[in-house]
Every structure is written in C-alpha cells, then in structure tokens.
Ligand binder design. Structure first.
Ligand code: SAM
Length: 281
C-alpha cells in the first residue's frame, strides 16, 4: 500500500516563514499555529510540485520570491466574515454617523468610508447597504466606500460581488431582494451598491496611497493577528488618516491601546471618534 507523507516544517523553516509573514503583513504566527500553517502551506507545495519545505524556503528567497510571498500571505490569512457581522456597528452607522455625513455630501462635500480589511466584501457591502438605505440618491453626490485587503483573491471576490445562498442566510430578506439579483444558484450585488464602491489590494503594514482623509474607517477582526507594535502603529496611522471627529470601528475582541486613548474617544462598543490627530498638534 502506498502511504503518502505530507511535507513537514522544521523549527528553523517555521521561524523563517513566520518572520517573512510578520515582516510582510504584521501577522504573528506563534508555535501554536504551526499545524495550521502546514495545513495551509502544504496545498501551496502541492500546487508548486515541491516535495519539501527546504525547496519552498529557497523559492521564497529567490527571484520569484515576492510573488510567492503574496500567495503565501493569501494562504495564511484568515478570511472569516459575514454580512452585518457585529450588527450594532451598522445601527450606529445609520443612526449616529451617517446623518451629518449625508448633510455634508448634500452640500457638495466629499465623504469617504473605508473597509480596511474587507476580506470577501461582506463588511464593505453591509456599509454600502446601510448608506443606500439612509441616502437613496447617494449616486448623485460625492460619497464613496473603499474596500481593501492584503489578499488579492479576497479583493477579487469582493469586487465580483457574487455570493452563495449559504453566505446570505442571515441577511434580512428585504435587503436580499433590494440589493441582490439572483444569478444561477447565487446572488449578485446590484449596480446601485457597486457604483458607490471601489476595491483595491492594500497591505495595512505598508505605505498607504491616500491623499485625502476618511470620515469612517472599519478595521475589524484583523489587528488580533498583529503584535502590539504593529497594532499601536496602526491606531496612530488611522488617527492621522481620519478627519477630526471621524469614526473608527474595530472588532469585538479588539481594544485601542497604548497612546491611542489620547487620539480617540469611545462613542459606543468598539466604536471610537478621532480627536485631534498627532500631525495637527
Ligand atoms: C477575519 S477577516 C475580517 C474581515 C472583516 N473585517 C470582518 O470583520 O468580518 C481578516 C482579514 O484581514 C486581512 N488582513 C490580514 N493582514 C492584513 C494586512 N496586513 N493588511 C490588510 N489586510 C490584512 C485578511 O486577508 C482577512 O481578509
């Protein structure tokens, strides 16, 4: 009988890969994640036709390394998400955050919202549905929602905007009818939502290409994978990237820490308002 053996990571190889992942994304892989890492990367090794991790590490360090590093991050990231996850954020968005922003847009101002680790798009489309329900003629004004993620496969899926029935199970049926059209066994986001969205690949750990500031940032359930330094740097950068009075929503198990308490004030559960940014002091 033929017994197929799976490639196994030596401690050295694990440390090498964990360092690359940390340097490239801020994600911390502790020894406890080794089994998970192997389960995910063994698939990459099979696709590449590599029998063991020594060859994979050589590939990562070689001329095609940067492309494989991106693919490796795709394999390593956790993309769990859902429409209207942590529903209270969308209630606050509708009741507290959007009314003054809609006023601004109606007066000719520019309004920008950012889903900063959007995964397959459910969070960004939940923001867009909330906006469209509160502001049905939004398309006539300068309001846009940017959806970004480090994982190019997720950004592509988000932009495609096609979701299985299973992923839409918890969604209010009125919302399903209003914002999606049936497409085979799946549902497709309607143009009214797509038109106010933009998608891009963006690594929160690298430079951001923004000339202007945001009114609202959702960055939920991503900093839990980062170390303290990467997390605290991100709070600082969000503070600089938000207008004073702008809103930051973070994940239910995340907290603003370090000097962030001087840059934001609490507005609700895991909902913060930017005070004066560091750069303007
Ligand atoms: C668990 S999902 C959260 C999705 C959504 N924000 C939510 O709360 O439902 C985490 C996402 O963070 C992304 N991510 C991880 N590290 C990142 C980084 N350095 N820059 C941008 N996105 C990152 C992953 O690709 C993944 O899609």
């Amino acid at each position: 009988m033929l017994v197929e053996t799976q490639p196994s990571l030596t401690p050295d190889q694990f440390n090498r890969i964990a360092k690359i992942v940390h340097d490239d994304s801020g994600i911390v892989l502790t020894e406890a994640k080794r089994g998970l890492l192997m389960a995910r990367l063994n698939r990459r090794l099979r696709v590449l036709g590599l029998a063991e991790y020594g060859a994979y590490c050589t590939l990562l360090d070689g001329p095609d390394g940067s492309e494989e590093r991106r693919k490796m991050l795709s394999a390593v990231t956790t993309n769990v998400t859902a429409f209207f996850r942590e529903a209270h954020h969308f209630e606050s968005l509708a009741s507290q955050v959007l009314p003054p922003l809609i006023e601004t847009a109606r007066k000719g101002g520019r309004v920008r919202l950012w889903s900063a680790a959007c995964s397959s798009g459910e969070e960004a489309y939940s923001i867009a549905m909330t906006v469209l329900e509160a502001f049905p003629d939004v398309a006539r004004y300068d309001l846009l929602i940017l959806a970004t993620d480090i994982d190019p496969l997720m950004v592509e899926k988000a932009e495609t905007g096609i979701y299985s029935e299973a992923s839409l199970q918890g969604l209010d049926p009125t919302r399903l009818r209003t914002h999606f059209s049936p497409s085979g066994n799946s549902y497709e986001i309607r143009a009214s939502l797509r038109n106010i969205m933009r998608f891009a690949e963006l690594n929160l750990h690298q430079d951001w290409p923004f000339a202007a500031k945001f009114d609202v940032i959702f960055c939920r359930n991503v900093v839990i994978y980062f170390d303290g330094n990467a997390r605290r740097l991100l709070w600082q950068r969000f503070s600089n990237q938000l207008h004073p009075g702008g809103h930051l929503f973070i994940g239910h198990s995340e907290r603003l820490d370090g000097s962030a308490s001087a840059m934001f004030r609490l507005a609700g559960p895991t909902h913060y308002i930017a005070t004066t940014p560091e750069s303007a002091r």
